[in-house]
Every structure is written in structure tokens, then in C-alpha cells.
Design a protein around this ligand. Structure first.
Ligand code: GCW
Length: 610
């Protein structure tokens, strides 16, 4: 197995180890016995996921609840491997639901997957190597993730049958992950009753309600600890309550009532907008959509509904402000959704470490605003799990942030490096940490400028295409012309900025106080607009793109001399070359695009192609 932060552990878990305590004891013993130390355990069921660690003369003692002992064992190993101090006092996760959303289809493909095929689906069936799934369980437990949604939110046939004919297979899969403290979740199709012969899926129809209640009973009989349903409704052509003139609270609550008797939760996604927009329409503004729809429903969702909101109002772009819904729904349980899959952030070819992004988001909204956390998975069947070995950092760090949302990006990056590449010298580790820490900003500089978004190739979302999305129906426009670029989202424009609380809205609304990196998200500005640092907008676009490429070239230099383990080194260097080509392409395409429109020369006389 390659998941290097667990390198010191044996490669497999014997099938007989069924309970988390057994797993914990096995892991701890395997790690500490060769070091002549003993680890003992005691279980206090009331502790649940929490644990306490103590050092004694023979070794260590872990006290925890059922999954707590497991998390305690991994925390102990982590502290030992990184030379960190033992966490003091009772440790418990900040978010009770720490979800990984897998967009796996049953034919084995993964929507926005960049690390190979599905680890558990193939040929429209569950097909997997149970040892690999146990390794997956260890990986998730070792970083603290506790819910795995097995199928794509776009429920592509035959995945709708996961909750009827395929239930025994789903239950068998749940059995494998249960000892690792991982519960399953399933994405469901809102119109499923109609596939079973009903004439409607109207949430207020008694027959529909009875259908879901029956289904819930059968599902939770088969898998008593199923975490719940994930639902993408009325979004990008998925069915939903709007078809029947019902709102999202009515739709979500209907499902919630069916599964409440079993402790199930409905995770209802707030990713809803008009994907059939006419580009000629300048009134409709996609980032406004979710707030306009959901904010008026605050307080209307049942207790076991969680509204899952992407971190930004658009769609996991390289730079977006946080979604204004996080400031506006105090009476609704919200989940914060991140995307580990690098859809818009380099396809796990380019290096893009996410902790700085998460730090910003969590600082902006406060860690207590969301009540749960979710991330779109970056895993696949590739031997190293994530395509690029460094993309493992994002999964690891996500789990750690889900436990401790106050973590500093640098600390978690260093922790991961210590666990994964412990043989590097302190200087080498530091060089890698700095490279990773800055990788997001580097990527941002060579791609779409200053919060503009969507200059990416529409086919696949890798590489530049400044006008690729411009005349499409997705609500994704930059509206660049010879004088100016961007969309005015202030009160004078689409009004998006006013969805924020007044002090935040005021900061965004003034181009002189709006953070530079969001300037073109909120404003339409002429190329000669003078920015806070004194540079003109067009010069800043050029400078960023040259700098982004130069920083990428410097990354390649750093990596060339870094003595990573051989199997990682080959992949890292090969991908680095592709990243450098990508950065060059972005730099030249974007600079040429804006030079053609603006006619402006680069102050520093660098090469911009005609
Ligand atoms: O970003 C978009 C992706 C879709 C995805 C959708 C969503 C699963 O391009 O592939 O569909 O978001 O989050 O539902």
C-alpha cells in the first residue's frame, strides 16, 4: 500500500477484526510493539468519537468511545511519527458529520475523477477488492472522515437501485467500512417513486410519502447505521420538488420524515441555478441564485435536514467569495461543501494544496456556522489513490480540518509531510512545505485573473479558453470587450454584493476596498483602472500571469532536486512537466486575449504574443 502517512503499518487488516477496538489495538500494536512500547485501551461508550491519551511507564493508554479508540490510536501513531506532543485532555471532532462525497457511477467512471476508475463500482455493479476497501477504511479513519457517500449526486442508472434491488450489496459494502468508524450515505433520485410505477413524485402526495416510508424501513433494516440521503434536486436537469410546484423545504422535509425514525439525515444540496440562461440576458446573475432561493426558507427545514452549501456561490472556482448563505440562515443546519477533486484546480496534474483556501473560508464564516462538513472526493483506483501523490495531502488535511477547523495551513501541511516523507531532511521538508503552501496562489496567478472565473476550457475544465463559456447557457460570463472586463455585482449592477451583511457588502461594493483577488468578481472595470497597489488592471493581469508561470518554473526546480521516494518522484516530475506546459499555455492565452482587446503593451516589455 502506498498511503505513506501509514507506511509504518502492515498492509492489510485481517478479516476477523470487526470492531473498531480490534482495529485500533491491531494498528497500535503493529506500530508500537517494534518500538518496545505497549498500548492499552479502555472503552467508555459515552465518549463516542472522543478519546483521551495518556503516557505511562510501559507505553500509552487510550480511552475512547467506539470510534474514539480508533481515532485515539491513530492520533498516537501520528504524534509518534511526527515527534509531536500528545494531545492533552479529551479530544473530540468539531463536526459530527465529516463526509466524503464520491461522484462514482456504477459503470466504474467517476464524474470529475482524476485518479482512475471507481474503487467499488464496475460494470453496473459493486465490484471491488475487499482488501483495498479495508485500506480505504484505514485511510479515512486515520484522518478522521466518518461518512462516505458511495454514488454520484447525479444518480445515473442503475444507481437508483442502490436503495432497492442492490441493497444487499450496499449492506455488504457497509460491513467492510463499519469497523473503521465509517458509515455509508447514498445519493437518491427525487423521482424514484415514479420509476417504481407511481404517477407522481410530488412530496405532498400521500402515496409518495408512503412509498418513501416503506423504502426507508427496508433500507434501514438492511443497514441500521446508514447516515442518510444526499440529494441534488432541481439542479442541472435533476428532478426535484419544483416539477410539482413545491418548494425545497417541502421536498427535503418529506424525505426527512420518512427516514427520521431511523436517525437518518437528509443532506440537501444548495447548488441550484438556471443552467439554461441566455447569454444575452444581463439581469440574471448565477451567483445570486442560491441565496434568492434558500434564504427565504430559513427556519422551514426539519431538524434532520442539512442544507449543503458549496464554499462559493458559483462552483468551486479558483477564487470566489464565500457563499452569502453562510451569513443568512441562522435557523437552518448548514453543511460546508469543499471539492477535493481538482475539477477547476488542475485535475491532480497541477499542484494545488487546499488548506489555505479552507482557512480563508472558515475564518470568514466562523467554524461554528456550518454544523457539518463535506468534500467531493479526489480518490480513485490509481495505485497512489489520488493520481498526484501530493493530492493525498488534500484528503488528509480535509479530515484534520474536519476535526480541528482552527488548524493553520502550514501546520497541517508540515504534519502531512512528516508522516509521508519522514526521510527528507528538515530543509527539504521545509522547501516542500513552502512549495505546497504557495501552490494555490501560484495556480491562481497563471489561470483566470482577479476572481474573474470560468476562463477554463469548457470541455473537461483543464487549460485556458477565455471565451469558451462566454456564449453558453451556464451563467458564466466575463463580458470582456475593448474597454472593460467583469460584471458589476454591486447595487448598481446585479445586486449580488447586497446578499452579504452590510459591512461585508460595503467592502466588496467599493473597488478601492474590495480585495484585489476578488476585484473582477464584483466589478466591471476599465483596463486602466488603478488598483490598490498602484498598478493598472491590465498591467496586473500581465504581471500575475508572468509571475504565475515563473513561480511554476521555480517549483519544477525545487522538485527536481528533492529526493522523494522513487515511485513518487517519477510521477511528481512527470506531472510537473505537464503543469509547466499548462501554466505557459494559460499565461500566453490570457495575456494575448487581453492584449488584443485592450491594445495595452506590457510595461516591462515581456513577450506577449499577437
Ligand atoms: O461543478 C459541477 C460539475 C458537475 C457536478 C456539479 C455538482 C456532479 O461540473 O460535474 O455534478 O458541479 O456539484 O452537482
Amino acid at each position: 500500500m502506498h498511503y505513506a502517512w501509514l507506511n509504518a503499518l502492515p498492509h492489510d487488516i485481517p478479516a476477523t477484526l470487526r470492531r473498531s477496538l480490534e482495529v485500533a489495538a491491531f494498528e497500535a500494536d503493529a506500530f508500537f510493539a517494534p518500538r518496545q512500547k505497549q498500548v492499552s485501551f479502555s472503552v467508555e461508550p459515552g465518549l463516542g468519537e472522543a478519546y483521551r491519551l495518556e503516557e505511562n511507564k510501559d507505553g500509552f493508554h487510550v480511552t475512547g468511545g467506539e470510534s474514539g479508540v480508533l481515532y485515539g490510536a491513530y492520533a498516537l501513531i501520528r504524534a509518534q511519527q511526527t515527534g509531536g506532543a500528545l494531545p492533552q485532555g479529551e479530544q473530540r471532532p468539531h463536526y459530527p458529520l465529516r463526509m466524503l462525497n464520491c461522484w462514482d457511477n456504477m459503470d466504474g467512471s467517476i464524474e470529475r475523477g482524476y485518479a482512475g476508475r471507481s474503487l467499488w463500482f464496475e460494470e453496473d455493479a459493486f465490484q471491488y477488492d475487499p482488501r483495498r476497501i479495508r485500506q480505504l477504511g484505514r485511510m479515512l479513519a486515520s484522518c478522521g472522515v466518518n461518512v462516505l457517500c458511495v454514488n454520484n449526486v447525479n444518480v445515473i442508472p442503475p444507481a437508483q437501485h442502490l436503495i432497492d434491488t442492490l441493497l444487499p450489496d450496499l449492506a455488504a459494502f457497509a460491513d467492510i467500512l463499519r469497523p473503521f468508524g465509517v458509515r455509508l450515505m447514498v445519493s437518491v433520485d427525487f423521482a424514484m417513486p415514479m420509476q417504481d410505477g407511481l404517477s407522481t413524485a410530488d412530496p405532498l402526495d400521500a402515496a409518495v410519502q408512503a412509498w418513501w416510508a416503506d423504502r426507508a424501513k427496508e433500507i434501514w433494516t438492511a443497514i441500521p447505521d446508514l447516515a442518510g440521503f444526499l440529494v441534488k434536486a432541481d439542479s442541472e436537469h435533476r428532478p426535484g420538488p419544483a416539477t410539482y410546484g413545491r418548494n425545497h423545504a417541502q421536498g427535503a422535509n418529506m424525505l426527512a420524515r420518512a427516514i427520521a425514525p431511523y436517525g437518518g439525515q437528509v443532506i440537501w444540496r444548495a447548488f441550484v441555478y438556471n443552467c439554461l440562461q441566455d447569454w444575452r440576458d444581463t439581469e440574471t446573475d448565477r451567483p445570486c441564485a442560491a441565496f434568492a432561493l434558500y434564504q427565504p426558507m430559513d427556519g422551514q427545514f426539519d431538524d434532520n435536514v442539512i442544507l449543503q452549501v458549496k464554499n462559493g456561490p458559483y462552483d468551486f472556482q479558483v477564487r470566489e467569495p464565500v457563499s452569502p448563505l453562510f451569513y443568512a440562515m441562522p435557523r437552518t443546519r448548514l453543511a460546508l461543501e469543499f471539492q477535493l477533486a481538482q475539477e477547476y484546480t488542475g485535475h491532480q496534474i497541477d499542484i494545488y494544496a487546499m488548506p489555505p483556501l479552507w482557512r480563508e473560508v472558515l475564518d470568514a464564516i466562523g467554524p461554528d456556522t456550518p454544523r457539518a462538513i463535506a468534500a467531493v472526493s479526489n480518490l480513485g483506483r490509481d495505485e497512489n489513490w489520488t493520481g498526484h501523490p501530493f493530492a493525498q495531502l488534500n484528503l488528509y488535511a480535509y479530515g484534520r480540518f474536519a476535526w480541528e477547523p482552527d488548524m493553520e495551513p502550514e501546520a497541517v501541511i508540515c504534519e502531512w509531510i512528516g508522516l509521508t516523507y519522514g526521510d527528507l531532511t528538515a530543509d527539504q521538508r521545509d522547501a516542500l512545505a513552502q512549495l505546497l503552501l504557495q501552490s494555490r496562489e501560484t495556480y491562481e496567478k497563471y489561470t483566470a485573473p482577479l476572481g474573474l472565473c470560468w476562463m477554463v476550457n469548457p470541455a473537461g475544465h483543464y487549460g485556458p479558453s477565455p471565451y469558451g463559456y462566454e456564449f453558453q447557457s451556464w451563467g458564466t460570463y466575463n463580458r470582456a470587450d475593448r474597454d472593460a472586463v467583469g460584471i458589476d455585482r454591486t447595487a448598481a449592477g446585479t445586486g449580488y454584493a447586497d446578499q452579504y451583511p452590510p459591512e461585508i457588502a460595503a467592502r466588496y461594493a467599493d473597488p478601492h476596498s474590495c480585495p484585489d483577488n476578488l476585484l473582477l468578481f464584483f466589478h466591471r472595470l476599465p483596463y486602466d483602472f488603478v488598483m490598490q497597489d498602484g498598478r493598472t488592471l491590465i498591467q496586473r493581469i500581465y504581471d500575475d500571469h508572468f509571475e504565475g508561470y515563473d513561480r511554476t518554473a521555480a517549483m519544477a526546480e525545487t522538485l527536481r532536486v528533492l529526493p522523494l521516494p522513487e515511485q513518487d518522484r517519477a510521477v511528481v516530475l512527470e506531472r510537473m512537466e505537464r503543469q509547466l506546459r499548462n501554466a505557459r499555455e494559460w499565461r500566453d492565452v490570457i495575456n494575448t486575449f487581453f492584449r488584443r482587446f485592450s491594445g495595452a503593451e506590457d510595461d516591462k516589455g515581456r513577450k506577449i504574443y499577437k
